[in-house]
Design a protein around this ligand. Structure first.
Ligand code: GDP
Ligand code: IMO
Ligand code: MG
Length: 444
């Protein structure tokens, strides 16, 4: 007989519904202020993420430490599904300390999480270099994400828990030998050049970081989070990237190397699906994308795209690269909502609207025909169907009261809600600036 799980606490999930950088960090911080969650957990990805938290004059960009770091008392979990860049982790912990947040006592790292090696970023660059010859660069963040997940899936990778084992040095040197040979292959076959000096510098930083990592709370995060849930505590699972970058359902191969969908919370944390409750999906009022691959909703007017980039500060939080800007893509959004099961939506950057008229993408076309289903590859999209409506200029910056919203933005929100009405989603909150306080509740 199957034993019934005693469900007490629950897990809510926050995921990006576009191509990442939707403002997830800010919304997580916002949700935590309700004090209903006792912890925040990362379940996938690694230091490719860049989640901006802004309060007053302080801005903190978290890459690997969960976004609950600025909420004192909130536990922070790094689940088994995460690829951990030890150097980034240690640097962030010390940056947070200098900001007055000592996260060490409340940070728990899964012993089953994957350890990124100092050679992984070099392998990432080598792979990109080999692709550049055929024009198929993914435009990765160069944080070693793909090679780390590849080693994990090939069952030769290192786990965080391994660093505490007696034979770690042997395991480590076997893997590093393998990786170095791999790097040499890229040199021989593709003429990829790497600097031994840079590798040695990276090695030193990594070894130093590992010594510090060993002293952190490395444990069975699956059992710890389940214990908390059984105590009646709730957890917020923090997605990185976005649905359109999911390894299985995004625009492969222009994707990241993990499953970004909420379904992966169970596997990336080690919790049964019965605990999942709300799925919060985050979008921008428009769309951005950084990296390779097609972007059907991209704004065609270059000057206007640049204006969006400038006003929205659309430069990657991890790499500083300019993000391409596009109109809100309702066709991709419907796909993302359907896959993720999002039931509550945050819309950010509603303060960024520069033209008198704005467009919304409602469909994709291939050889003159409107596509009924989301295509296998976005490069198959030859043109898009759009609808046009009035813009609202800078009217809504900082507005935190629904009554003060301009009539154009109000009409835009109603239009979006209407277009998604069959999907049972609520637009709960609309962001009007980067600060914690700059939002208004919309569809309670
Ligand atoms: P994440 O990766 O989804 O957490 O998002 P990022 O932090 O990479 O990028 C979102 C950017 O938008 C950050 O610079 C935020 O400070 C900023 N941001 C978030 N919400 C808003 C908003 O409503 N308006 C404006 N102007 N900026 C916002
Ligand atoms: P957050 O969590 C936006 C993109 C990269 C590249 C592709 C693969 O801040 O939303 P990777 O380094 O993961 O192998 O790169 O995915 N990418 C992101 N784009 N936001 C992110 O994270 C991203 N993480 C990866 O630009 O196109
Ligand atoms: Mg980001």
């Amino acid at each position: 007989m199957v034993k019934k799980i005693l469900k007490k606490g629950f897990i809510d999930v926050v995921v990006g519904l576009q191509w990442g950088d939707e403002g997830k960090g800010k919304n997580i911080d916002q949700l935590l202020s309700s004090r209903i969650y006792s912890g925040v957990a990362r379940f996938q990805g690694g230091a490719n993420a860049g989640h901006t938290l802004k309060y007053g004059d302080t801005t903190f960009i978290g890459h690997i430490v969960p976004s609950g770091c600025l909420q004192k008392g909130t536990e922070l979990y790094i689940g088994n599904g995460v690829v951990v860049d030890a150097v980034s982790l240690i640097a962030e912990i010390s940056q947070l300390k200098s900001l007055g947040f000592d996260v060490k006592p409340r940070l728990y790292i899964s012993n089953r999480a994957k350890l990124v090696s100092y050679l992984h970023p070099f392998l990432d660059q080598a792979e990109e270099y080999s692709r550049s010859k055929s024009g198929t660069k993914v435009g990765t963040t160069a944080k070693g994400i793909g090679p780390s997940y590849a080693d994990s899936r090939a069952r030769r990778g290192l786990l965080i828990g391994d660093i505490l084992l007696l034979d770690f040095n042997k395991q480590k040197s076997d893997l590093l030998d393998f990786q170095m040979n791999f790097l040499k292959m890229y040199k021989e076959k593709y003429n990829f050049q790497y600097s031994i000096k840079k590798i040695n510098e990276a090695k030193k930083k990594w070894e130093d970081a590992l010594k510090k990592l060993k002293k952190l709370q490395i444990c069975d995060v699956s059992s710890l989070t389940q214990k908390r849930l059984k105590e009646g505590k709730n957890i917020l699972a923090e997605g990185a990237q976005g649905v359109m970058l999911d390894i299985d359902f995004g625009d492969y191969p222009n994707v990241t190397s993990s499953n970004t969908l909420p379904a992966n919370v169970c596997l990336g944390l080690g919790v049964p699906h019965t605990y999942l409750q709300n799925i919060y999906g985050v979008i921008k009022a428009y769309t951005t994308k950084v990296g390779g691959g097609s972007f059907p909703a991209r704004i065609k007017d270059e000057t206007l795209e640049k204006l969006f980039q400038k006003a929205g500060q659309e430069f990657g939080a991890t790499t500083g690269r300019p993000r391409m800007c596009g109109w809100l893509d309702l066709f991709a959004l419907r796909y993302a909502i359907t896959l993720s099961g999002a039931n509550k939506i945050f819309i950010n950057k509603a303060d960024i609207c520069l033209s008198n008229k704005i467009k919304v993408v409602t469909g994709y076309k291939h050889q003159g025909k409107v596509l009924k289903e989301f295509p296998l590859q976005l490069s198959q999209v030859m043109s898009v169907q759009t609808e046009e409506m009035p813009g609202w200029g800078e009217a809504n910056f900082g507005v935190n009261n629904k009554q003060k919203v301009s009539k154009e933005l109000s009409a835009y929100l109603k239009y979006i809600k209407n277009k998604l009405s069959d999907l049972n989603v609520k637009i709960i909150s609309v962001g009007t600036g980067p600060d914690r306080e700059q939002f208004f509740n919309w569809d309670k």
